[in-house]
Write a protein that binds this ligand. Structure first.
Ligand SMILES: [Zn+2]
Length: 78
């Protein structure tokens, strides 16, 4: 599923990345949000959707191998 976000007046688009480990298969979708602003929760549950991080991890939390990142296309409504 493509993440959809609404961020009026923020002046920038959030970026989503799929981080994956080529070694052990660990995978997580993360939202890169260096400013941690305009956090929108559609359901009120904090753990819904991609985790928001200020910095992308470089190493796999499971095995320590170097992660691969893939930028995900997103839909932004203004
Ligand atoms: Zn790994």
């Amino acid at each position: 599923m493509t993440p959809s976000v609404i961020r009026p007046l923020s002046g920038r688009n959030p970026e989503f990345y799929e981080m994956s480990c080529p070694k052990c298969g660990w995978k997580e979708t993360l939202e890169l949000d260096p400013c941690e602003m305009d956090v929108i929760s559609l359901s009120g549950e904090p753990d819904r959707g991609p985790r928001s991080v200020t910095r992308l991890p470089k190493k796999c939390p499971e095995c320590g191998a170097k992660l691969q990142k893939k930028k995900l296309p997103i839909t932004v409504f203004n």
